[in-house]
Design a protein around this ligand. Structure first.
Ligand code: NAD
Ligand code: LMR
Length: 330
């Protein structure tokens, strides 16, 4: 008998939670022979809705779903007990007209208790993906309260930005999604992020040699990716959910499966000050590669004056966000 993987999802009855947990239960992420126990965490007032989600999970009769543990956010340690993966989604989404950073004083405090509870109760090698916005700085808050969990086990989600960037490049070049690779997202999951077209590849060639319209790359492409979340909110009246859940699951897959040669997976990770001129002590989007067990920041990405300016601006914003929440950092 294979021991089950325990996966916690906070905000499990919300939009993203609802779009993620059935796929986690189905065997798609960890494989058809790997049992999964879902730990679903919600606010006390949402536990009724969570009961309904649990009924639907039962009604799927997934052979890989080995159990469901439901906990409210007043009992986080029960929720995270023994978990190997945690997806931190539970938080408030922004509304039209807001920047994600406007949520920092509302959502930031959630991540102090969450970090403490993960350290106290989760598996010692737990890996955590922070989705709730502003995700880079929320990740920094949570990990600061869980100093015994290795820093390399924490990720904030820039994969949605990577997927958006890949789709935009594929569409512009008239190629298939699979033909676009090596798209890094640098910096913050915010309007300052830099979706890196300079190092992107289309059918193995520099994207800039396939899409020669550099004005489009520097203006339309960059701003479309930077503003895509706001555009979805404007059109849908609610923030991205299915694509966000998909990106959270892609983040997990990007860590547990080897990264194909010649490409990267995008996530924001804790910086140690040694790479790409980025200061230590923030959670910053970088190009990563995994061997299926451990990951590294990919070296050797070209950075020209334009991309240096873009990356530095986003790093500056992350430093400002860190300053805004300094009372939440131990
Ligand atoms: P939602 O409102 O539909 O769901 C959030 C759920 O979290 C709700 O069910 C709510 O009851 C629950 N919740 C709130 N506070 C909680 C807490 N302290 N503990 C446990 N549960 C809690 O929102 P959503 O659309 O699912 O978005 C969730 C978050 O994800 C938002 O902050 C949003 O901005 C963010 N997001 C991030 C990305 C990204 O790329 N990083 C993409 C999309 C959305
Ligand atoms: C997104 O990028 O879609 C999310 O971060 C939600 C938002 O507020 O834009």
């Amino acid at each position: 008998m294979t021991a089950p993987i325990h996966v916690a999802v906070t905000g499990a009855a919300g939009q993203i939670g609802y779009a993620a947990i059935f796929r986690l239960a189905s065997g798609e992420i960890f494989g058809p022979d790997q049992p999964v126990v879902l730990h679903l965490i919600e606010l006390p007032q949402a536990m009724g809705a969570l009961d309904g989600v649990h009924m639907e999970l039962d009604d799927c009769a997934f052979p890989t779903l080995a159990g469901v543990v439901k906990s409210d956010s007043d009992h986080l340690e029960d929720g995270f007990a023994g978990c190997h993966w945690v997806l931190l989604v539970g938080s408030i989404p922004r509304k039209a007209g807001m920047e994600r950073a406007d949520l920092i004083r509302i959502n930031g405090p959630i991540f102090t208790q969450t970090g403490k509870a993960i350290q106290a109760a989760a598996d010692k090698n737990v890996r955590v993906v922070v989705v709730g916005n502003p995700c880079n700085t929320n990740c920094l808050i949570a990990m600061s309260h869980a100093p015994n969990v290795p820093r390399e086990n924490w990720f904030a989600m820039t994969r949605l930005d990577q997927n958006r960037a890949v789709a935009q490049l594929a569409n512009k070049a008239g190629v298939a999604i699979k033909d676009v690779g090596n798209v890094a997202i640098w910096g913050n999951h915010s309007a300052t992020q830099f979706p890196d077209f300079l190092n992107a590849k289309i059918n193995g060639k520099a994207a800039t040699s396939v899409i020669t319209d550099s004005a489009w790359l520097k203006s339309d492409f960059v701003s479309t990716v930077q503003q895509r979340g706001a555009a979805v909110i404007k059109a849908r009246g609610a923030s991205s959910a299915a694509s966000a859940a998909n990106a959270a699951l892609d983040t997990v897959k990007g860590v547990i499966r080897p990264t194909p040669a010649g490409t990267c997976v995008s996530a924001a990770v804790y910086t140690d000050g040694s790479q790409y001129g980025i200061p230590e002590g923030i959670v910053c989007g970088l190009p990563l590669s995994s061997d299926g067990k451990t990951w590294k920041v990919l070296p050797g990405y070209e950075i020209d004056d334009y991309s240096r300016g873009m990356i530095d601006a986003s790093v500056k914003e992350l430093l400002q966000e860190r300053d805004t929440v300094k009372d939440l950092l131990p």
